[in-house]
Design a protein. Sequence first.
Length: 72
Amino acid sequence: MRYEIIEWTYGRKVNFNCLIQYKKNFYSVPYQYVGKSVDVKAGIETLSIFYKGKRIATHPLFPDNVQYKYST
């Protein structure tokens, strides 16, 4: 099993359009979380979004050279 380095970002606010921003890209979350603070876990290939320790969304992570893209 390979070792994966994880980057955590805490306290991201969910925008009114149900998106959070991470490294100049945008990832969607369910509408119930608009205005709430979420935590972001970024691995090598995936980005997971957590609210109070519960995973609410998972997306493929855009490469570092990609900017201003949306994952819904």
